[in-house]
Design a protein around this ligand. Structure first.
Ligand SMILES: NC(=O)c1ccc[n+]([C@@H]2O[C@H](COP(=O)([O-])OP(=O)(O)OC[C@H]3O[C@@H](n4cnc5c(N)ncnc54)[C@H](OP(=O)(O)O)[C@@H]3O)[C@@H](O)[C@H]2O)c1
Length: 305
């Protein structure tokens, strides 16, 4: 099969190569999926799991990419819950070969059925940012209707999903980002917007929850905005930022079939959308993922046109 591999950690995406690889085999509880579309997160090449296995041993050449939509072509020993020919989407294991390939082997539990009227391109755009937003807001942030949430990077992939999901759940949403992101964040449903380049974050006043995608100084300053009993949720790794009288949680997104199904149900109903950016083929993906300037919108690789 055709696949993109990386071997050189320092080269990041510039080291990507399109090569021929053997097709993967389904292990216990796995399925093999014929990948129709794969989603891309720009800083994936900085994640240690792209380069090493769970015991921190080099696993290169590795196939990057973790989001996919496609069709099940084989079941492993003991696999239940999915069948050959089924349309699926989901989140592949961080430490295994990924989705920038014609086929991927992954655990069935990391996939959910993709309804027939949802395009593979859309399906592949949802897993990481949709699940991160869902888990950050509702699982770790315990967001309730009537509460207020500060969503950082509200025009970005995670932030735009979080803004829409939080609004829909009855929360009051304040989005942040660069000056140029104001209208996009408001279009996704933010009721207020803080331009981090020109406005004072501290003017926001008290909030019940912060969903942080930046870390560092922004996370620290955001902790000071959190009301007693509130939560700072961050996805950028362990943080020293702590609300004075609340919780701080950092987490890495996990796949969850029920949550994926909730997310795709909202997409079908027109209640949730992803800002899809450039869509390239697998043959063109190395160039598309090494652009002269980073384009806006979620990049998708349409592996099977
Ligand atoms: N732990 C986890 O499980 C997990 C899961 C998903 C994502 N993440 C991490 O979360 C982060 C966001 O992911 P994403 O997919 O949402 O990325 P994204 O689509 O690039 O969104 C980030 C948004 O923030 C904006 N931004 C970046 N730096 C900014 C700054 N200094 N001031 C104001 N706005 C700024 C970006 O604008 P520009 O495009 O103009 O830069 C973009 O609109 C990434 O670091 C990703 O690795 C972690």
């Amino acid at each position: 099969m055709k696949a993109i591999v990386v071997t050189d950690r320092a080269a990041r995406t510039a080291g990507m190569k399109l090569v021929e690889q053997p097709e993967p085999q389904a292990a216990i509880n796995d399925v093999v999926v014929q990948v129709h579309a794969s989603g891309w997160v720009w800083d994936e090449q900085t994640w240690p799991s792209t380069w090493t296995d769970r015991r921190d041993r080099d696993r290169t050449p590795s196939i990057p990419g973790h989001e996919l939509a496609g069709v099940v072509t084989a079941l492993g020993y003991g696999t239940t819950g999915l069948s050959v020919g089924q349309r699926v989407f989901g989140l592949a294991d961080w430490y295994r070969d990924g989705t920038l390939a014609e086929y991927v082997a992954m655990e069935a539990r990391n996939l959910a059925p993709l309804p027939g009227d949802v395009d593979f391109t859309v399906g592949a755009s949802l897993p990481i940012s949709g699940l991160t937003a869902w888990q950050g807001l509702f699982q770790h942030g315990r967001l309730q209707a009537g509460q207020s949430v500060l969503v950082h990077g509200a025009a970005g992939a995670v932030g735009s999903m979080a803004t829409q999901l939080a609004r829909e759940s009855g929360a009051y949403v304040i989005g942040t980002g660069r000056a140029a992101h104001r209208q996009t964040a408001l279009d996704f449903g933010a009721q207020e917007f803080v331009d981090l380049q020109n406005d004072a974050l501290e003017d926001v006043g008290g909030v019940d929850l912060v969903l942080d995608v930046f870390g560092g100084d922004i996370a620290k300053r955001s902790a000071g905005l959190i009301r007693a009993g509130g939560t700072l949720v961050t996805v950028t790794g362990p943080t020293e930022a702590r609300p004075a009288n609340g919780l701080a949680v950092d987490f890495v997104v996990e796949s969850n079939r029920a949550q994926l199904s909730e997310i795709v149900r909202r997409v079908r109903d027109g209640r949730l959308r992803m800002n899809i950016g450039n869509v390239s083929t697998l043959d063109d993906a190395v160039a598309a993922l090494n652009p002269p300037e980073r384009p806006t919108g979620k990049p998708i690789i349409r592996v099977r046109p």
